[in-house]
Design a protein around this ligand. Structure first.
Ligand code: MIC
Ligand code: SF4
Length: 755
């Protein structure tokens, strides 16, 4: 099942009634986010008002998208659910498993051979269960979704945190773990806590060096990496209308970096233009007919403070270009002020690489804006001081950009054109210019810049900017370069200035492509056989998890108390480990190896309480498992920030971690823990984090009375036999407690299917 105009028309035809009903029930005008949420209720028309940030609600998403690195685990779980076909249009995209090294053609060939087993598995599972399959090289999931599947007013989920990118076409698109996707694939409801709403009013207009990317870089600075947690960010105002559709996608994309559930924009002419340019005039026509439901009620945007839980205003006339980083995407600095900051902090000023691409910024418009800078370097005889790498977002974009001479412009500058894939954005980058862990700086147009993310080197300082700013900074080779004021010395020894970037929103000659890389599934896939070699090191069929009993929650040992930021990259690193994403036991060998041990500030070096020795986290954990002892992981704020990868929950679960106790969670990760039948808990009193000592043993005193809205009590026994009794909170509702009691959400589905 791929694209389905009848499904969209069906949704639109119900929308008026559902929106009217919801408006009547809540008794006030509705935001766009509410219109989309209320028109996707599992039970049809709403019968009550949901409390934002409180009520769990069952939804009925229109589509699902999965990428290769998460689809393996999602589909291994779906195969256990016992269904013949997916219940909702679903696609799989091969984009994460392709390493960037020498350039597109050679790199794709290598990926197709080294990951043949995984690609074949994904292709045959897709064929069997009615899933559309996008081959390696077809493009990055979110760009392909925007070009082919996203539509105004729709709701989708995807097994990748940047699924939110489709908000650029007016969707509510949400990143989830594979187990959530399996619910929907199996024809069940998808549960989400009704989000809070943050309004962002954009006034004025973007111009000159400022781009859509700078809007979200600014918002990230305001909200920080956890400021959007549990909320949908809805953008509106005159400034919003003047942004391109793909620019809106960029803004929504990086909503993941502030922890937002998703972000969205009301339907407007930029979206209509994009739909028509991507060969979907039928969708544009259908959307035009229900326009008023695809944006908020006028009163909402006239008096936003009354309808949003939080309101931010940004005047685009005053917005300056930013570069965010290093190591966290919310450290926002206006270009021009970075020199001082870098010198103060010891960040290398010299820039070694400029990378353009990723799902955030690889549209046709992005490439034209960056190319307009690259072309000036050649024309004005400025020799670029850094290396350049480009990842186009999709084959359609690459083909069109090549036809229109854009790629040639980058090549004239010595750039390497990598595959239409994630590449360096997810550590799939064989970087040949560095030996060892040298301190260095790179700039890129991606979204995340966590430590080690691009190249595995903890000393690579990565800064996030717009593609055109990345181009300018990389040409200058300096982090303190400000193209708006500074000049560069060219080969003739003349001082030259770069002119403002010029972009082309959509290709004047239209998009073109020879082979987009799509394979439709068989009508009836029942005869397709999916093979998993029992000896494979890449794929492993799943064994159901056994429930964690109350008895086994006595004498629980501390595995690690993580210090500071602990993202999903710290819990289950990507890069070289992506190859084991379909093999739970093998990938478990990276569990928490990036987390910093609070007692010695080292990574992958924790005390095995059974022997007193210091060993790697997976080794300690395997020793506890062998001894039949459950463990607990303790962490700080926003634990599990970043990716949707459920490996970050399944690996600890597989190895015998029973509970994760932190100051606060990132949304997707918290749900992933629940789905896998583990305990995700938060300190009732944050200060209790400091009570936890290295040799602690935990007794869950009242876990047998685990119930919604009821705090739990844990006795923490220290090495000297003194004890602290602490209270912990949780957000489990009754069905989530059932997942815990049965071992996992999947066990519940299997039981329900069997009966
Ligand atoms: C990412 O950007 O971190 C990823 C890789 O796309 C992840 C998904 C994954 O870990 O496979 C995400 O954002 O969810
Ligand atoms: Fe791929 Fe990077 Fe986008 Fe994740 S953020 S989907 S790794 S391009």
């Amino acid at each position: 099942m791929a694209f389905d105009i009848d499904m969209i028309k069906g949704l639109y035809s119900n929308m008026a009634e559902r929106v009217d009903k919801a408006r009547e029930i809540v008794g006030r005008p509705l935001t766009l986010s509410e219109k989309i949420l209320y028109s996707h209720l599992w039970d049809g028309n709403s019968t009550k008002e949901f409390k934002r940030g409180k009520d769990y609600v069952d939804f009925k998403p229109d589509r699902i998208a999965c990428q290769d690195a998460t689809a393996q685990m999602a589909l291994l779980q779906f195969m256990q659910a016992g269904k013949p076909q997916v219940a909702v249009p679903t696609t799989v995209h091969c984009d994460h498993l392709i390493q960037a090294k020498s350039g597109a053609a050679a790199d794709l060939k290598v990926a197709n051979s080294t990951s043949a087993e995984v690609f074949d598995f994904l292709e045959s599972v897709s064929n069997k269960y009615g899933i559309g399959f996008w081959k390696p090289g077809a493009g990055i999931i979110h760009q392909v979704v925007l070009e082919n599947y996203a539509f105004p007013g729709g709701m989708m989920i995807g097994t990748d945190s940047h699924t939110v990118n489709a908000g650029g076409l007016g969707m509510v698109a949400i990143g989830v773990g594979g187990a959530d996707a399996v619910d929907v694939m199996a024809g069940m409801a998808w549960e989400l806590k009704f989000p809070k709403l943050i309004g962002v009013k954009l006034t004025g207009n973007i111009s000159g060096w400022t781009s859509s990317k700078d809007v979200i870089l600014k918002v990230a600075g305001i909200l920080t990496v956890k400021g959007g947690t549990g909320a949908i960010i809805e953008y509106f105002g005159e400034g919003a209308k003047n942004l391109s559709c793909t620019g809106k996608g960029t803004i929504c994309n990086m909503g993941a970096e502030v922890g937002a559930t998703t972000s969205t924009f009301g339907y407007d002419e930029s979206m209509e233009r994009y739909l028509r340019a991507t060969d979907r005039s039928d969708v544009a026509d259908a959307a035009n007919a229900v326009k008023e439901h695809l944006t908020a009620d006028a009163e909402v945007y006239a008096n936003p403070e009354k309808y949003f839980d939080e309101l931010i205003e940004i005047n685009l006339d005053e917005l300056r270009p930013h570069l965010n980083g290093p190591f966290t995407p919310d450290l926002a600095t206006p270009v021009g002020e970075l020199g001082i900051k870098a010198r103060e902090n010891g960040w290398p000023i010299k820039v070694d690489w400029g990378l353009i691409g990723s799902c955030t910024n690889s549209s046709y418009e992005d490439l034209t804006r960056a190319a307009s800078i690259a072309k000036q370097a050649v024309d004005k005889k400025i020799k670029p001081k850094s290396d350049f790498g480009i990842n186009p977002g999709s084959e359609q974009i690459r083909f069109t950009a090549e036809r229109d001479g854009l790629l040639q412009i980058f090549e004239n500058l010595g750039a390497t054109i990598f595959t239409n894939a994630c590449g360096p954005c997810i550590g799939q980058w064989d970087r040949s210019d560095l030996k060892g862990e040298e301190k260095n700086t790179i700039v890129h147009s991606f979204n995340r810049n966590f430590s080690k993310r691009a190249d595995g080197n903890p000393n690579t300082h990565a800064f996030v900017g717009s593609p055109e700013m990345v181009a300018a900074i990389a040409i200058s080779g300096r982090l303190d370069f400000n193209p708006m004021t500074d000049t560069l010395l060219n080969e003739n020894g003349e001082e030259v200035k770069l002119d403002e970037p010029l972009g082309i929103e959509l290709p004047p000659l239209g998009f073109d492509v020879e082979d987009a890389g799509y394979l439709a599934p068989k009508e009836d896939g029942s005869s397709v056989i999916v093979r998993v070699d029992p000896k494979s090191e890449r794929l492993q069929l799943l064994e159901p998890f056994t429930p964690i009993t109350s008895e086994s929650l006595k004498g629980v040992k501390l595995l690690i108390k993580a210090f500071g930021k602990c993202t999903t990259d710290h819990i289950s690193m990507a890069g070289p480990w992506l190859r084991y994403r379909g093999h739970l036991d093998n990938i478990a060998n990276n569990t928490l190896i990036g987390a910093v041990n609070a007692y010695n500030k080292k990574t992958n070096f924790v005390k095995n309480q059974l022997t007193g020795e210091y060993v790697g986290v997976p080794d300690a954990q395997r020793a506890y498992k062998a001894a039949g002892i459950n463990t607990i992981v303790v962490g700080d704020h926003n634990y599990g920030e970043g990716s949707s990868r459920e490996h970050a929950a399944m690996q600890p679960r597989h190895l015998g971690v029973a509970a994760v106790l932190v100051k606060s969670f990132a949304r997707i990760h918290e749900t992933n823990l629940k789905k896998q039948g583990m305990l995700g808990l938060t300190f009732a009193n944050e200060g209790d984090y400091d009570l936890i000592q290295e040799d602690d043993t935990f007794n869950f005193l009242d876990i047998s009375a685990f119930a919604p809205d009821k705090e739990l009590t844990i006795e923490v026994v220290h090495n000297d036999s003194t004890k602290d009794t602490i209270k912990v909170n949780h957000t489990y509702n009754q069905s989530q407690i059932d997942w815990f009691n049965e071992g996992s959400a999947l066990n519940v589905i299997k039981r329900e299917n069997a009966s």
